[in-house]
Write a protein that binds this ligand. Structure first.
Ligand SMILES: [Zn+2]
Length: 325
């Protein structure tokens, strides 16, 4: 995948600030321990001195195996003393070491002369964020999902208690996010506007991103609009390959399917996306306000027949946005 230079810069600056943060925290910890235990400074001076002695001996050609062994032992003793000091004071062993996000490259972004995995992962998620309507990193959480908005009483027409149904759906979505992997099932959420479909999809997205998977979230209108621009060559310079991203991301969430303007292009694209991802075994979450009947009328049979293989979650209750007003 090729990325724009702006994206490379953004990733590099994120990694740089990860490193700076980790090191600033370590410095704060050191200052804190030093204040209470000034003897730490002597121990560290000894460690630094041992290193300097080696360099000096190398420079003057007087480095002998005995000297190296002696200094190494000296250094180990100092390290041991530092460990004991921390332990006696009740600090964790690694309290003075920077806690890097990526232990492999220590947040330098480079490993073995190449971009580290953490760097590639970040580039990928940043490109997905660019395409998404909301940055999946700043999302609704499961904790914010309030079941008290859903009536507990059983609806006489449907025979369903919305609260009970929604509590089951919430439980399903939490479990789905907690155990997500590339073989996870696809989900079809439907129900009227304002019943929490977007909220739960974003909560899933947030947890799945946290786990290091690449997630794209967007409304059908937004994603298909961008795809159409790309297809008809009206893409802005430096934009990445949208179709490829939609087909290959670890989890694709299409919100509000059915509100997009229907053309033969959009219908064919929806089919292509759903079908290609199903064949590749990649999970997709689709939300719609349309009823099954409306859905079947709007999309061809080849689309609906694929959706039948999704886990279907039927949302119910009263429009929460109205209740919150
Ligand atoms: Zn790394």
């Amino acid at each position: 995948m090729r990325y724009s230079s702006a994206l490379y810069e953004k990733a590099a600056s994120t990694i740089k600030s990860r490193k700076e943060n980790a090191e600033a925290v370590a410095r704060r910890h050191r200052d804190e321990v030093l204040k209470k235990y000034p003897e730490l400074s002597d121990i560290e001076n000894e460690m630094a001195q041992a290193g300097l002695d080696v360099i000096r001996a190398m420079g003057s050609g007087t480095l002998t195996p005995e000297l190296v062994n002696g200094l190494a032992k000296h250094n180990l003793d100092a390290q041991k003393a530092r460990g004991e000091l921390l332990a006696a004071a009740g600090y964790p062993e690694d309290y003075l070491k920077p806690s890097y996000v990526c232990k492999k490259c220590e947040d330098s972004g480079i490993y073995n002369g190449k971009l580290c995995e953490c760097h590639l992962k970040l580039l990928r998620q940043l490109s997905y964020d660019e395409l998404s309507s909301t940055s999946p990193l700043m999302l609704s959480s499961f904790d914010g999902f309030d079941l008290s908005y859903y009536p507990a009483r059983t609806d006489s027409k449907t025979g369903i208690s919305p609260r009970k149904r929604m509590s089951e759906i919430l439980g399903f979505c939490k479990e789905y996010a907690a155990t997500f992997d590339l073989g996870s099932q696809s989900i079809f959420m439907n129900g009227a506007t304002g019943l929490g479909k977007t909220h739960l999809s974003l909560a899933i997205a947030g947890e799945v991103v946290e786990k290091g998977f690449g997630v794209i979230y967007g409304t059908a209108q937004n994603l298909l609009g961008k795809l159409e621009r790309e297809h008809f060559g009206r893409q802005n310079e430096g934009e990445s390959n949208i179709e490829q991203m939609l087909l290959e991301c670890d989890l694709l969430i299409i919100d509000d399917l059915g509100t997009e303007f229907n053309t033969s292009f959009t219908v064919a694209s929806v089919y292509n996306i759903i079908n290609t991802r199903l064949l590749a075994g990649l999970p997709t979450i689709i939300n719609t306000n349309l009823s099954w009947k409306e859905f079947e009328d709007k999309y061809e049979k080849r689309v609906t027949s694929r959706i039948y293989t999704f886990v279907s979650l039927q949302f119910c209750g009263t429009d929460i946005r109205m209740l919150k007003k």
